[in-house]
Design a protein around this ligand. Structure first.
Ligand code: ADP
Length: 382
């Protein structure tokens, strides 16, 4: 009878209740003695192996399943008897060499199956091991899902590689005719501009400006594709040095705008130096560029860590960004302003995103229009 022991909520179950519980499991469970004779065979195994309990009880496991390497099995069981601790094995093999019955029939296109096998000691009242229970858990579907994921990943990387190749080739090929347009427009302007009226001269300037802009955009696509295909050589990167570099590169803009760049004591992270430099350069540069007409720009850079990653924040007091554009601005060529308002091509943030992704990280923005923005990226601590 099942009883609740005095003063506790612990329910003492009878053998038959335990048995019916083990019978309901979605796992194969069998129990063997030290001679490998089957003492228990749950319903799941009956159903999946087409061997009824009556056929297997008392018989030796290795006689029932000659495919099982007997010595290996004997050693496993003997160890559990001797040490009194559990033992685990996991197989991923072709079904015909698989030692235990598959808990689930394999479909035609399934090449592999995997089972986890756990050996547990069962103790008697004297705390001696009296038998070993073997639990079989089918992992075939999990395995197939992993294989499918791997296949899709491979297909995706192949298609990405092809796209990169295409972007790089197309950009190279487009650059040559563009250079021709630009240089001939220059010659026309210098040698024939006296024949043109002011309106005509303006058209030439537009022509040249358009060609140069296109050249900048093509260069942007090329750098994007280089970031994608670059073989990374991660090293320890001192972000203090990187920030000093950025400061130096942007010193003219800082002076012109009367603004300033402040950075805290920065950490050393693991990553690709040139890419991390480009990332901070773009983010800090944008902080200065998208400044408010009402105040001098101020950009601060700081970093903090948690157990697994570093987060770097680049905060500015600029024009800010409406929340509906917070995702969009990371797309290639996405701009919220005309070139007349703010120069640019809409490649910088797409490049930043790619760089962060190549460091297995995330990049996002928080912003208040009219107040400023915080661009943050998080990368693993390495
Ligand atoms: P670009 O600056 O060349 O236009 P980006 O990809 O760097 O290209 O930025 C995309 C758009 O995001 C910018 O055109 C701008 O509208 C917006 N943006 C980027 N950084 C900021 C910032 N710090 N403050 C406000 N807007 C920004």
């Amino acid at each position: 009878m099942n009883t609740l022991s005095e003063g506790s909520n612990y329910l003492r179950l009878t053998d038959s209740v335990w048995e019916s519980m083990v019978d309901q499991l979605n796992q194969g469970v069998l129990v063997v003695d030290d001679k490998l004779r089957v003492l228990f065979w749950n319903r799941f195994l009956e159903q999946s192996s087409s061997m009824k309990r009556g056929q297997v009880l008392g018989r030796e496991l290795s006689a029932l399943f000659p495919e099982i390497p007997t010595n290996w099995l004997k050693r496993k069981i003997a160890n559990v008897f001797c040490l009194g601790s559990y033992s685990f094995a996991s197989w991923r093999q072709r079904p015909y060499v698989f030692p235990f019955p598959s808990p689930r029939p394999l479909t035609g296109d399934c090449q592999y199956m995997r089972q986890d096998v756990t050996f547990f000691p069962l103790f008697d009242a004297e705390k001696d091991v009296m038998a070993v229970s073997i639990t079989l858990t089918d992992r075939t579907e999990e395995c197939l899902r992993e294989e499918e994921l791997q296949r899709l990943n491979n297909a995706l990387s192949r298609s990405n590689e092809e796209l990169d190749k295409f972007a790089s080739l197309a950009s190279h090929d487009l650059k040559a005719p563009l250079r021709t347009i630009d240089s001939f427009a220059g010659i026309l302007e210098s040698e024939y501009s006296h024949l043109l009226d002011p309106e005509g001269r303006l058209y030439f300037q537009h022509l040249q400006a358009g060609a140069r802009r296109m050249q900048t955009m093509i260069d942007g696509i090329l750098s994007l594709s280089r970031v994608q295909t670059k073989v990374l050589e991660p090293t320890d990167v001192d972000l203090n040095e990187v920030c000093q570099n950025v400061l130096l590169d942007l010193s003219e803009t800082v002076q012109e705008s009367g603004g300033r760049i402040i950075f805290d004591d920065m950490p050393t992270v693991v990553g690709e130096l040139s890419l991390l430099r480009q990332l901070l350069m773009n983010l800090v540069g944008n902080g200065l560029k998208y400044r408010s007409a009402e105040r001098a720009p101020e950009v601060s850079v700081r970093a903090f860590q948690d157990q697994t990653s570093w987060t770097v924040e680049v905060e500015d007091n600029g024009i800010g960004i409406e929340s509906r554009f917070h995702q969009k601005i990371f797309g290639l060529f996405e701009r919220l302003h005309s070139v007349e308002e703010f120069s640019g091509t809409g490649i910088g943030l797409a490049l930043c995103l790619k760089i962060v992704e190549r460091h297995q990280g995330q990049l996002w923005v928080e912003s208040e229009p009219g107040e400023g923005s915080i661009f943050s990226f998080r990368i693993p601590r390495g």
